[in-house]
Write a protein that binds this ligand. Structure first.
Ligand SMILES: Nc1ncnc2c1ncn2[C@@H]1O[C@H](COP(=O)(O)OP(=O)(O)OP(=O)(O)O)[C@@H](O)[C@H]1O
Ligand SMILES: [Mg+2]
Length: 464
């Protein structure tokens, strides 16, 4: 887009001459024949530069300077003065004009002055854009609550890795915030305007995972009635989060390796190699190095993924963050439940500090929510916190109390209790448990994974 320049001069001959020069230089010129007209125009438009004559019929050019400048997003003002009125030019600069040139004008001098002003305008805009981007990014990173040393390091690491194109492997215990970290890496990367696609490798049955990831051609298998794009294609120009990467079947890992290395794959049933431009972020709460030893995870894939390595520390190692987390989650919970609990008593705080938080931030947020539901005042008492701990669903207890559900459990916890109870009743047979819950077995398995029930009860993924 050409720069817009407003010429303010009451002499029609001068106007015409200047407009001609500007047009020849590729600028878009506009004209005003008095300061009053100029003010009307600057009120309605934004110009990249204003050439202002000193001597004008009504309001003088000098008087007009501050008034034009107060009118929003205007570029610099360059004064045009008659030869020999240097004093006046200096006064204009004192009032805020950027530069001046003398009339009758010397083309070369004028060109330089205009170019400099336009360049300055461009740089100013650039600085503004960078400033606002930095502010926005600083705001985004604060979505991760925590000011402890390890969290500061984590945030620094995210800010360093995000703008790069590297593959990232995020590790950390369940509930530490790995998905949140992945979200931020995408948001702080140049791919932010592209898609962010997530896939949970654990919740999709092994035989469907490949088609989910790579898509399939029509007729690739029974039921493939039309071509379908996979997640990799959908993530083109963006980022893909492969969550629970440790659950990826060994055979598929070879395909993934090729994808990471060459950014190429084929749809199921297709021969054509499809190239995509995606950034891969993988996450897991498993120890991949021990999976490698058990030959369940490819070592070469591990090294390819682990280029950018981010470890999210467990909550028990950063208990000094608890006050900040309390503040953050109480605010969220109050909005959600319409409550007004703003603090935790000293006794309550002690209980929170003494707990080990195996479920990390997720467990912490759930516990606070349970405590708030039962809170009668604005401060959580020790007793209220302690009751919330007692109400936390434990797997051993779930079957003992059947499906007795108490107020104060979060929906997630109720779901978990129901599933454990159903599994117990049906001696771990998932198809029966699913039927009794009115779920299809695949969905039940997804939920089992979601609540990590398979890690504590002996249930395996059902055969197809
Ligand atoms: N540092 C944090 N600040 C604010 N919220 C957090 C933080 N860490 C985690 N959370 C919140 O806790 C919940 C669990 O986090 P998230 O789903 O990212 O964990 P995860 O590490 O992916 O767990 P899993 O391994 O079980 O999938 C989310 O609601 C998330 O927003
Ligand atoms: Mg997760």
């Amino acid at each position: 887009m050409p720069e817009r320049i407003l010429v303010v001069d009451d002499d029609p001959g001068m106007q015409a001459a200047l407009q001609e020069v500007l047009a020849k230089r590729g600028y878009e010129g506009d004209s005003a024949f008095s300061a009053e007209e100029a003010l009307e125009k600057t009120a309605a438009n934004s110009y990249d530069l204003i050439l202002l004559d000193v001597k004008l019929p009504g309001i003088s050019g000098l008087e007009a300077i501050p008034r034009i400048m107060s009118q929003g997003d205007q570029g610099d003002i360059i004064m045009m003065t008659a030869h020999g009125s240097r004093e006046m030019a200096l006064e204009a600069i004192g009032k805020g004009a950027y530069d001046f040139f003398t009339k009758p004008f010397n083309l070369q001098e004028m060109d330089i002055v205009i170019k400099r002003a336009i360049e300055r305008r461009r740089l100013k805009g650039e600085v503004e854009r960078l400033k606002s981007r930095l502010c926005k990014e600083a705001g985004l990173i604060e979505k991760i609550i925590g000011a402890s040393r390890c969290m500061k390091q984590l945030k620094g690491m995210i800010q360093r890795i995000a703008p790069l194109e590297t593959t990232v492997l995020i590790t950390g215990e369940s509930g530490t915030g790995k998905e949140l970290v992945a979200d931020l890496i995408h948001s702080l990367s140049p791919r932010v305007s592209g898609p962010f696609i997530k896939i949970n490798c654990a919740s999709i049955p092994e035989n469907l995972l490949e088609s989910e990831l790579c898509g399939h051609e029509r007729g690739a298998f029974t039921g493939a009635v039309s071509m379908k794009e996979g997640k990799f294609e959908l993530a083109h120009k963006g980022t893909i989060l492969m969550d629970e990467i440790g659950e990826m079947p060994f055979t598929l890992q070879a395909k993934l390796l090729r994808l990471v290395e060459q950014k190429q794959f084929e749809r199921l049933g297709g021969k054509k190699a499809i190239s995509v431009d995606v950034r891969i972020i993988a996450a897991t709460n498993q120890d991949l190095t021990s999976l490698i030893k058990e030959k369940r995870f490819r070592e070469d894939l591990y090294y390819r993924l682990n280029v950018g390595a981010i470890y999210v520390p467990p909550l028990r190692e950063r208990k000094d963050d608890l006050p900040l987390l309390i503040d953050h989650f109480l605010r969220e919970i109050n909005v959600k439940l319409g409550t007004n609990v703003t603090a935790v008593s000293r006794e309550g705080m002690e209980l929170l500090l003494n707990h080990d938080w195996p479920g990390n931030v997720r467990e912490f947020a759930n516990l606070l929510e349970r405590a708030v539901i039962h809170c009668s005042g604005r401060t959580l008492s020790g007793e209220e916190v302690s009751m919330a701990f007692q109400r936390a669903p434990r797997i051993e207890e779930a079957s003992a109390r059947e499906t007795a559900i108490s107020l104060g459990e979060t929906l997630d916890e109720i779901e978990k209790t129901l599933i454990i109870t159903a599994l117990r009743k049906n001696k771990g047979k998932q198809s029966d448990a699913a039927r009794s819950l009115g779920l299809n077995p695949k969905n039940l398995w997804k939920k089992i994974r979601k609540h990590h029930i398979e890690k504590v009860m002996e249930v395996d993924e059902p055969e197809e």
